[in-house]
Design a protein around this ligand. Structure first.
Ligand code: ZN
Length: 264
C-alpha cells in the first residue's frame, strides 16, 4: 500500500514532520473511526480526522441543525438549519476530503444499538452531550476492546481522556460515580463558548490520531482539564480500579516490574 501523488500533496505538511511518516499516514488511512455526536465536539473532531486522512469515519447523531447550534458547531452553516446533522456532516466532510469514506448514522446511540454501531471501529471518539451516553459508550468500548477518546465541555471548561481498554483507566475508573440525571446543567442551561468545543474537539482528534498511528503519547491514565478563562491546562493522573464494573475483567498488561533487568 502506497500513497498516491494526490495524497502526497494533500498531506505534505504533516508528512514533512519528523514525528510523522508515510507509514503513519497509511495506518491512519487503513483505520475506521466512529464519532458519537456531530455537535460542539464532534464537528472539530471529525473535521481534523477527515482532514488528516482517516480512511473511514462514521458520524452518529439523530438531531437536526438548529440556529442556536451554529455558534459552536462549524460543520453546520446557516443554510443547513433543519437538516439532519449526521447527513449534513457527511456532505461537508466529503467536500473537505473526498478520499475519506464518511458514513452517516442518523440515530441516537442507546443500549439496543450501541454494540452494533461501534463494532468494527478502530477508535471511538465520544462527542456526546449526556452522561448516560458517555457511560454507555465507555462500557461498550470496554466490552468490545476498542480504544476510546472521551471529552466534555461546559461554559469555559473542558476535559479529555484517552482509554485503551484493559491497559489504562476507563471513563468509569476515572469517574466512578455517574451524576444523577439533571444534577449537572446541560449546555442549554449553563451555556458554552464555541471556541471551547473547538479546543477540546481538536484535542480529541489529536488523541485519536495518536492512538491509531502510535505517534506521540496519548492521554492514557491522565485526564487533561482545560480552564478556558485562564487558559490553564491541568493534567490529573488516574488509574484502573480493581472493582470497575466496566473494565475489571479485562486482561491487564504484565506489570512493568516483571520486565526490569533486576527481575530477569
Ligand atoms: Zn474501568
Amino acid at each position: 500500500m502506497t500513497l498516491t501523488d494526490a495524497e502526497l500533496e494533500r498531506y505534505s505538511r504533516q508528512l514533512v514532520m519528523p514525528e510523522w511518516s508515510g507509514a503513519a499516514q497509511e495506518r491512519l488511512r487503513s483505520a475506521r473511526a466512529m464519532v458519537i455526536g456531530a455537535g460542539a465536539l464532534g464537528c472539530p473532531a471529525a473535521t481534523y480526522l477527515v482532514a488528516a486522512g482517516i480512511g473511514r469515519i462514521g458520524v452518529v447523531d439523530d438531531d437536526e441543525v438548529e440556529l442556536s447550534n451554529l455558534h459552536r458547531q462549524p460543520l453546520h452553516l446557516t443554510p443547513d438549519v433543519g437538516a439532519r446533522k449526521a447527513e449534513n456532516a457527511m456532505v461537508k466532510l466529503g467536500f473537505l476530503n473526498p478520499e475519506v469514506v464518511v458514513e452517516p448514522f442518523p440515530a441516537r446511540l442507546e443500549d439496543l444499538n450501541a454494540e452494533a454501531l461501534l463494532t468494527g471501529a478502530d477508535v471511538v471518539v465520544d462527542c456526546s452531550d449526556s452522561f448516560a451516553t458517555r457511560y454507555l459508550v465507555n462500557d461498550t468500548c470496554c466490552s468490545l476492546g476498542i480504544p476510546l477518546v472521551e471529552a466534555g465541555v461546559l461554559g469555559l471548561f473542558g476535559l479529555v481522556l484517552s482509554i485503551r481498554p484493559g491497559e489504562s483507566a476507563c471513563y468509569r475508573c476515572a469517574f466512578p460515580v455517574e451524576p444523577p440525571a439533571g444534577s449537572v446543567p446541560s449546555c442549554r442551561e449553563a451555556g458554552v463558548l464555541g471556541a471551547i468545543g473547538g479546543v477540546l474537539g481538536s484535542l480529541q482528534a489529536l488523541e485519536a490520531i495518536k492512538l491509531l498511528t502510535g505517534v506521540g503519547e496519548p492521554l492514557c491514565d491522565r485526564v487533561l482539564q482545560f480552564e478556558g478563562a485562564t487558559a490553564a491546562p491541568t493534567v490529573i493522573a488516574t488509574r484502573r480500579r480493581a472493582d470497575c464494573p466496566a473494565c475489571c475483567d479485562l486482561v491487564r498488561p504484565a506489570p512493568a516490574a516483571a520486565a526490569t533487568p533486576e527481575r530477569v
